[in-house]
Design a protein around this ligand. Structure first.
Ligand code: UDH
Ligand code: MN
Length: 367
């Protein structure tokens, strides 16, 4: 009998080991299986239920792709800025039939502002086709009545972002009213929205690029990414309009500016109190310095942009109070920005290459 005891111990040991294995591997599977069901049951929208299998399929497909290289092999450096080509390319990339080019207003899908849950990564998030990236970039474009510029920008940018192997969404934040333009409020609303929708699209955005609609990059090796650490990226130091003189003529952080989420929150976003043209980017410059963040800029030979020629827009008169506001900024910036933003999202319009968000920026004070 004694000679069997060690064998018995081995046998019991093996059984216990197998049990532990089962607990470790099978239990999470059971809990994982029940979790999505619970969350589906708790959500009011049937639409979520319908798209759940598709989402899961896409996620699985995405995970099976290899990681993209840190730096894409497809970059060519200088690229011609050809506005006519860019606009044509916009239509081609959007897959609109040439015969429908003029009637495109009917092509988009409209979703009411309260139906945020209907937005999903399929129509909003753009990903490289054959590899996956760990970083996600949200473009935020303040906008009103610049359709021709928007088509050119998106037509020019789309192939560049594809070559850069970016995972990105373009949010065009349009002021809903004809009243005085308020760029700060549009930028802040775009940020809050993109930050909130990230998870619903499969993962939070890591980098938020605030981009004027009329600036077209002249090189594809100017990467639309956020520098790590306490840097904010000012990506457009040299613009043709100013003969490419870096930071010419009083320019501070205007044009194209990129933040990580916590940084944008730290500076309390853009000021809400600037109505009309000018000042909000100088105010942002003060905010960045006040929070001891540093500004990174690309080599001016790389950070080159062409600005589409235009006049000052209607309902965007020079902000004559800007200087007055700027003097107060150092003291009051903590109270004016994301913390007291009271705008309202009215509607989403889905386009193949970008998402438009219509925003009520509320009524300007007596100006
Ligand atoms: N924007 C719009 N619609 C407007 C106003 C502004 O979309 O009605 C957005 C757009 O993204 C634009 C950005 O806000 O790129 C900045 O506005 P802007 O282009 O008017 O600013 P910029 O400094 O204009 O380029 C200077 C005034 C032009 C005077 C030209 C005289 N030669
Ligand atoms: Mn401009």
């Amino acid at each position: 009998m004694r000679q069997y005891i060690p064998r018995l111990y081995t046998f019991v040991g093996a059984i216990t080991f197998l049990n532990v294995l089962c607990l470790v591997f099978l239990l999470p599977k059971f809990t994982m299986k029940t979790r999505p069901r619970e969350s589906i049951l708790n959500t009011p929208s049937t639409a979520i239920e319908e798209r759940a299998p598709a989402n899961a399929r896409r996620k699985r497909a995405a995970l099976s792709k290899p990681c993209c290289p840190q730096l894409s092999n497809y970059l060519v450096g200088t690229i011609k800025v050809d506005l006519e080509w860019a606009e044509k390319n916009y239509w081609t990339e959007s897959n609109f039939e040439p015969s429908k080019w003029q009637a495109y207003l009917g092509e988009y899908e409209t979703i009411p502002g309260e139906d945020v849950h209907l937005l999903n990564s399929e129509n909003i998030l753009h990903t490289p086709r054959y590899c996956r990236t760990s970083l996600r970039v949200a473009f935020i474009i303040p906008f009103r009545a610049r359709e021709p510029h928007l088509k050119k920008l998106v037509g020019h940018l789309t192939p560049i972002l594809r070559r850069q192997l970016e995972t990105y969404s373009i949010f065009v934040v349009e002021q809903h009213s004809n009243r005085t333009f308020n760029k700060g409020r549009l930028m802040n609303t775009g940020f809050e929205f993109a930050n909130m929708i990230g998870d619903q699209l499969g993962g939070k955005f890591d980098c938020f690029v605030f981009h004027d609609v009329d600036l077209l990059p002249e090189r594809d090796d100017l990467l639309y990414r956020c520098t790590e650490g306490s840097f904010v990226d000012h990506l457009a130091p040299s613009i043709d309009k100013f003969d490419y003189k870096p930071l010419c003529c009083g320019m501070t952080v205007g044009g194209v500016l990129a933040f990580k989420s916590d940084q944008f929150r730290k500076v309390n976003g853009f000021p809400n109190s600037y109505w009309g043209w000018g000042g909000e980017d100088d105010d942002m410059n003060i905010r960045i310095r006040k929070q001891a963040l540093k500004i990174a800029r690309p080599d001016p030979k790389i950070g080159r942009f062409t600005m589409i020629k235009h006049r000052r827009d209607q309902s965007n008169p020079r902000n004559i109070k800007a200087l007055q506001e700027l003097k107060k900024s150092w003291v009051i910036s903590e109270n004016d920005g994301l913390v007291n933003l009271d705008t309202e999202i009215k509607e989403f319009h889905l386009y193949p290459l970008f998402t438009k968000i219509f925003v009520d920026v509320k009524v300007p004070p007596d100006i």
